[in-house]
Design a protein around this ligand. Structure first.
Ligand SMILES: *[C@@H]1O[C@H](CO)[C@@H](O)[C@H](O)[C@H]1NC(C)=O
Ligand SMILES: *[C@@H]1O[C@H](CO)[C@@H](O)[C@H](O)[C@H]1NC(C)=O
Ligand SMILES: *[C@@H]1O[C@H](CO)[C@@H](O)[C@H](O)[C@H]1NC(C)=O
Ligand SMILES: *[C@@H]1O[C@H](CO)[C@@H](O)[C@H](O)[C@H]1NC(C)=O
Ligand SMILES: *[C@@H]1O[C@H](CO)[C@@H](O)[C@H](O)[C@H]1NC(C)=O
Ligand SMILES: *[C@@H]1O[C@H](CO)[C@@H](O)[C@H](O)[C@H]1NC(C)=O
Length: 287
């Protein structure tokens, strides 16, 4: 027993040094040429390319202040990677200025053990775009970019950030596994068109917790092949409430299973929780 104790005492200082040496490395976008007021897309991409290539944990920091960002698509990482957004990141108010019109504003794909955090704001500046949006009456309407698009991401956490005034859906999270949205704030006016809060599809194990979603469309919308969604202590409204669907539009769609909505508050929403199906869809089995 005494020997064990001495062994621990002897190794503790070494352990502390080791932990210290392996602490995450920080990549600040201002070290990659980001300037307040300028477009930070390139600086963020360069910082990401370096950080995501690291085999030890890293943190990319967008410091306090207001930054513009035209568009980015970030992919892949080798070790845990955190993107800390401390400031406000603004989109170009004009949707036609998006360099790749097929893409979304900020896309993060194929990451594992990724964290988005920092207390900052993604401001989609959608006011101009909403005026041009006629998707509620025109199925072939011009496509507007979504704010944040997370696809094929695993074991990731999106916490303590705000997305406001997206031109379209605020967050799209497709084909992902074990993703937690924690203390996540979404804010857009109740009359902004198609500004769904979080849209899920083909996901498993999603938690949306302690969050506030104020928007013009669905608070959370859940598309086909989604399983195990836990929505807990979320305040929705204004907006349309939590929606499963619309389902049954395509024959190849797979079932939605295991949607748990607990301790949520709906303020001034059209609905609480609803299931939307196309007229030809088979019966819904709600338990
Ligand atoms: C990533 O790491 C590899 C191997 O160390 C290196 O060859 C490559 O240039 C790095 N890429 C970037 C973008 O830093
Ligand atoms: C995420 O998990 C799926 C299923 O286990 C796996 O096929 C995929 O490669 C993972 N993606 C990443 C980026 O780790
Ligand atoms: C994110 O939200 C803002 C505000 O609505 C919007 O202007 C911006 O376009 C959104 N981002 C994308 C990629 O749509
Ligand atoms: C889910 O992801 C979180 C965050 O990375 C991780 O801590 C947790 O272990 C993962 N859960 C499972 C069951 O893999
Ligand atoms: C519910 O979420 C709100 C908003 O994030 C938070 O302030 C509150 O503490 C949470 N309530 C509980 C019981 O955790
Ligand atoms: C649910 O909400 C109530 C009232 O806000 C709170 O007292 C309770 O702790 C919450 N339960 C859980 C499991 O968060």
């Amino acid at each position: 027993m005494a020997i064990n104790f001495i062994t621990i005492l002897f190794f503790l200082p070494l352990l502390a040094i080791n932990v210290n040496a392996q602490g995450p490395v920080t990549y600040d976008i201002t070290k990659y040429g980001a300037k307040p007021g300028g477009d930070i897309s390139q600086a963020l991409t360069d910082a990401w390319n370096e950080a995501s290539n690291s085999t030890t944990p890293s943190i990319i920091v967008i410091p306090r202040g207001t930054w513009s960002l035209s568009q980015v698509k970030l992919t892949g990482n080798k070790a845990p990677l955190e993107l800390q957004v401390q400031g406000t990141v603004q989109a170009n108010p004009n949707p036609s200025q998006l360099p790749n019109k097929e893409g979304e504003w900020i896309t993060i794909n194929y990451v594992n053990y990724f964290t988005l955090s920092g207390g900052g704001v993604f401001d989609g500046q959608g006011q101009e775009a909403w005026k041009q949006n006629d998707c509620h009456k025109n199925r072939n309407c011009a496509k507007l970019p979504m704010n944040l698009s997370f696809n094929f991401i695993n074991n990731s956490i999106i916490r303590d950030v705000t997305t406001k005034d997206s031109k379209n859906f605020h967050v799209n999270c497709i084909s992902s596994h074990n993703v937690t949205f924690l203390r996540f704030t979404i804010s857009a006016p109740g009359d902004s068109p198609n500004t769904d809060g979080i849209h899920l599809g083909r996901d498993t194990m999603i938690h949306i917790t302690d969050s506030v979603i104020k928007t013009g469309d669905d608070c959370v919308s859940i598309g086909d092949e989604t399983k195990e969604v836990h929505i807990h202590n979320v305040t929705c409204g204004p907006g349309h409430g939590i929606s499963v669907g619309s389902l049954g539009g395509y024959a190849s769609e797979k079932d939605v299973q295991g949607i748990y909505v607990t301790n949520c508050t709906f303020i001034g929403t059209q609905n609480g929780v609803r299931v939307k199906t196309w007229p030809s869809a088979p019966a819904v089995d709600c338990q």
